[in-house]
Design a binder for this molecule. Structure first.
Ligand code: GDP
Ligand code: MN
Length: 413
């Protein structure tokens, strides 16, 4: 089973969080594709010859000072988190001197950017920007082909360009069997209205190299926003969003290693340790289901009810007390969660067992958040009776998924 969650078929990889978590069911575990940090994506860009600025990784203000000193001249201090819109959130700052860089690093480290804590910084030689363009290559699942998009209206979110000036956004599919041809790059460049001949040449070359990167590293998305032109007329990638298909990781041990460092998100690391399948999302309703399909539907129904899911968490086939305790332990550690929605469909898993698991977990953990439980399937009535009898004040039981979702969304508000 392979499904995309909350993802438009030609989603250009906007800067949304939890972006395109293509959740692959594998032996009962949903696994997201590998989102790389900007600095990791830029390293892959560099390897295929896409121009990027020289930079250094830093995890402390002192390291930021040293990095700025080594690079020389003004630098930009950039929060490394797997979520876009860092600039607006205060995660990107220019610094003229090493002391400045140190101070900016102190501001940005530990900052919460839409639920992601900044633990590392990319210190890069500052660029002067004359123009900001946008270039991406992603899968168009509908067309079953990679899709290039280019516009000279970069720097802002691409959805905005697509909505307000769709004609400015040029799209071009590449037939994967025929491969990429240089005329396609020229078509994109002319189509987007790039007028300067030197820019045309540089961008066409970058387009070819982006296709190289996409195929060579088994990417699902390569996005450059912004692709800048400096006042001297040099074109380079100022940002990188790079997502690799996790099914291809066996071919790329160095990217598998990047993912391990990318998993430094403490919640996802904790989940991994406990064997809980967990993907952090951006909202307030903690979601817990049994089975990847049901859990994904739960995420959808929360959205449908007007709420925002805080995470994807799959209990798997189990639902024993320890599994429930572990999952709740991870979910309740996300400070954004204001209500929890348990969606259980009993098959082999019996609802009465899950009900006991939930009560045991609530007893052990003293959770004060409202918890909405929907039980259906095998022994659902027994399960609901067990919960009704114990009746903890913060526990709400609903027989249907939609009712439960509405309740959870209400309680989360
Ligand atoms: P995002 O906000 O997460 O997409 O992060 P970006 O890396 O795209 O940076 C956001 C914005 O910060 C860019 O669009 C630029 O306007 C600005 N910025 C980033 N790096 C530099 C730099 O080296 N020089 C200047 N002048 N601005 C920069
Ligand atoms: Mn960007």
């Amino acid at each position: 089973m392979s499904c995309m969650l909350a993802c438009h078929p030609v989603s250009p990889g906007n800067h949304a969080p939890g972006q395109a978590p293509g959740l692959e069911r594998r032996s009962g575990y949903a696994r997201p594709p590998v989102d790389l940090y900007e600095y990791q994506g830029k390293e892959l860009f560099r390897r295929v010859g896409i121009p990027v600025s020289d930079g250094r990784l830093a995890t402390s203000p002192q390291e930021a000072y040293k990095a700025a000193q080594e690079l020389g001249g003004p630098v930009v201090v950039k929060a490394q988190v797997l979520v876009g819109g860092r600039g607006k959130a205060g995660g990107i700052k220019l610094a003229d001197t090493p002391a400045d860089a140190e101070a900016r690093a102190r501001d940005i480290l530990g900052l919460d950017i839409r639920g992601h804590t900044v633990h590392r910084l990319w210190i890069e030689k500052a660029s002067e920007i004359a123009k900001e363009y946008y270039l991406s290559l992603t899968f168009d699942r509908g067309a079953r082909k990679p899709l290039f998009m280019l516009t000279t209206q970069g720097g802002i979110e691409i959805e905005e360009v697509a909505a307000t000036s769709p004609d400015a956004l040029v799209r071009l599919h590449v037939d994967p069997l025929e491969g990429f041809h240089p005329w396609q790059a020229r078509r994109l460049v002319y189509g987007a209205g790039v007028e300067d001949p030197s820019e045309q040449k540089q961008i066409a070359a970058i387009i070819g190299k982006l296709y190289d990167a996409f195929t060579r590293f088994d990417a699902m998305l390569c996005e450059v926003n912004p692709l800048i032109v400096t006042p001297e007329g040099e074109v380079k990638a100022l940002d990188s969003k790079f997502t690799v298909d996790d099914n291809a990781l066996y071919r790329h041990p160095e990217i598998a290693e990047m993912r391990d460092t990318a998993a430094a998100d403490p919640l996802e690391a904790l989940a991994r340790e406990k064997g809980v399948t967990y993907v952090k999302l951006d909202g307030e309703v903690g979601v817990l289901g049994n089975g990847a399909g049901l859990t994904m539907s739960t995420v959808d129904v929360v959205t449908f009810a007007g709420g925002r899911p805080a995470n994807f968490c799959d209990l798997g086939g189990g639902g024993d007390a320890q599994g429930v305790v572990d999952a709740l332990g991870v979910i309740t550690r996300d400070p954004q969660v204001t209500a929890i929605f348990f969606n259980i469909f009993g098959g082999i898993t019996r609802c009465d067992e899950v009900a006991r698991g939930i009560l045991q977990a609530l007893g052990q953990m003293s959770i004060e958040l409202p918890v909405v439980v929907r039980l259906d399937g095998t022994n659902a009535e027994e399960g609901r009776a067990i919960l009704a009898e114990a009746a903890p004040a913060n526990l709400h039981v609903s027989p249907t998924m939609l009712d439960a979702a509405r309740r959870a969304v209400e309680l989360a508000a």
